[in-house]
Design a binder for this molecule. Structure first.
Ligand code: NDP
Length: 455
């Protein structure tokens, strides 16, 4: 398999893919080591994870450089991402022992009723490339602390992250063979799912998630899917500071080149402030520097996937044919690599692909609305259900709208953020199940009910 640098389109490394045989050997080994790991006290498991966090901190620059080389993520954003391990580890240290502890629910006379949380076994963790560190941490750190073994299949576009995780986890003291990297493209992922796994935790697109759900139907193992989004943001006319709102919305749309599952993908603005918001938004986007992702000043690097610039160009073309106005960008610049100039379109509507299909790139449509009723209707007009945001001074008015939306996360005066304290989950085509929070550790366990009576 060839690893390609999206900043210049050049192959920088070649690696051997796993085969059915090597996958089967790795799973066999994971099973054996997991049985021993399940007997290790949670405190000890946390100690190893904590050492892993320290090693990540020490290796931050190398890990960030790999990420930039593989995905084209601007180096500053790559450094930020690598450090995402720390709040997750702190969260686990604070809560994991109590959330995994035995629960005594009833004790009456000689009878006891209690629950124990057993690990699932070997987890297949199939991951995406856009935030490979963070979405990796969300699964494997929690799975390991809960007593599982992990077969981690990184995306072909973020393979080095997998090698980094394995080597640092083992350096931190994780038993050898408890975390294995499965190397290969989609077909290798498919082969992994045929192996003797005890659960599958997938992050990626709806299309692949649906294939995996179909493939695993009948296996009777837990399956969790964290999928795509078409996340809306509505700016009410009472926002305190239109310039600040525009700046925050633009960052939510364009951070990581728009390649975030919870990126702002469509914006609705109250008609009375529409023109001013649009001007401020354009000023912000025009200030972004497009360039080499290793350059410290770059905010917009190349896209990760080779085909994505032409996909985005298609969305611009479709919107323009249907009456949209393009204010900036929208072109594929004449330079090596997979670049796309950040595009802002107004006078958009839901007839356009741009407002309906996940773009996953530096492109945004801004639509004028007459009030909350119209905004709520448009925000709900999607097959996805990951996040939704409202900017307003009026919390009650914002929550009235957000409460009614069928999404996993709502934001008031913020967007595009994830916290380890809160469950991260999608609804409808954005997925099934939660990572992070209390749910995000319990999900790697299976409860066993104990009904005990002194004889
Ligand atoms: P893909 O669905 O293309 O791939 C995800 C993973 O699945 C990759 O490792 C891929 O391998 C693998 N894969 C592909 N086909 C199969 C198959 N048939 N069986 C098993 N595994 C397979 O998604 P992307 O990597 O392109 O990620 C982008 C998507 O992920 C976006 O839709 C984004 O919104 C979503 N996402 C959701 C998040 C959430 O928390 N809800 C977080 C981050 C991203 P390979 O890449 O090597 O082909």
């Amino acid at each position: 398999m060839q690893l390609i640098n999206p900043a210049n389109g050049q192959v920088f490394r070649e690696v051997d893919e796993d085969t059915t045989e090597t996958i089967s050997e790795k799973i066999h080994h994971l099973k054996r080591v997991q049985e021993e790991w399940a007997a290790v006290p949670v405190k000890e498991r946390l100690g190893i994870i904590s050492t892993f966090g320290k090693l990540v901190k020490a290796q931050r620059e190398t890990l960030a450089q790999w990420l930039t080389q593989e995905t084209g993520k601007p180096i500053q954003q790559a450094r930020n991402e690598v450090t995402g391990a720390h709040n997750r580890i702190a969260h686990l240290q604070k809560h994991a022992e109590k959330w995994l502890a035995e629960e005594l629910l009833e004790k009456e006379g000689s009878t006891q009723e209690l629950i124990r949380y057993e690990p699932l076994g070997v987890i297949a963790n199939i991951s995406a490339w856009n935030f490979p560190y963070n979405i990796g941490y969300n699964v494997f750190l929690y799975a390991l602390v809960a007593g599982n073994a992990v077969a981690y299949k990184p995306s072909e576009h973020a393979l080095l992250t997998g090698f980094g995780f394995k080597s640092l986890l083992e350096e931190a003291g994780l038993p050898k063979g408890l975390f294995e990297v499965i190397v290969g493209k989609g077909e290798v992922g498919e082969t992994l799912l045929k192996a003797d796994i005890d659960g599958c935790f997938f992050t990626g697109s709806y299309a692949t998630g649906k294939k995996i759900a179909t493939q695993l139907a009948g296996r009777m193992i837990p399956l969790q899917l964290e999928l795509g989004g078409k996340d809306p943001l509505y700016v009410m006319e009472d926002v305190r500071d239109i310039k600040q709102a525009a700046k925050n919305a633009a960052e939510g749309a364009f951070y990581n080149n728009g390649q975030s599952c919870c990126a702002v993908e469509r914006i609705y603005v109250h008609a009375s402030i529409y023109e001013e918001f649009l001007d401020q938004f354009l000023e912000e986007v025009r200030s972004y520097t497009l360039g080499d992702p290793l350059d410290e000043t770059t905010f917009i690097g190349p896209l990760t996937r080779k085909d994505q610039p032409s996909f985005l160009f298609g969305q611009v073309k479709d919107a323009l044919e249907k009456g949209a106005t393009l204010h900036c960008g929208g072109k594929i610049p004449n330079r090596p690599g997979f670049y796309f100039e950040p595009a802002v379109l107004s006078e958009v509507n839901h007839e356009m692909e741009l407002m309906r299909e996940e773009s996953f790139g530096p492109i945004i449509g801004i639509q004028r609305v007459e009030g909350d009723k119209e905004a709520a209707k448009l925000m709900a007009d999607t097959n996805y259900g990951l996040t939704a945001a409202v900017f307003s001074q009026d919390k009650n008015r914002a929550l009235q709208l957000l409460d009614r939306l069928n999404v996993g996360t709502v934001y008031w005066n913020c967007c595009d953020r994830v916290s380890p304290n809160l469950p991260w989950s999608g609804r409808k085509q954005s997925g099934v199940g939660s990572t992070l929070s209390y749910q995000g550790i319990r999900v790697f366990t299976q409860p066993k009910a104990y009904q005990l009576r002194e004889g």
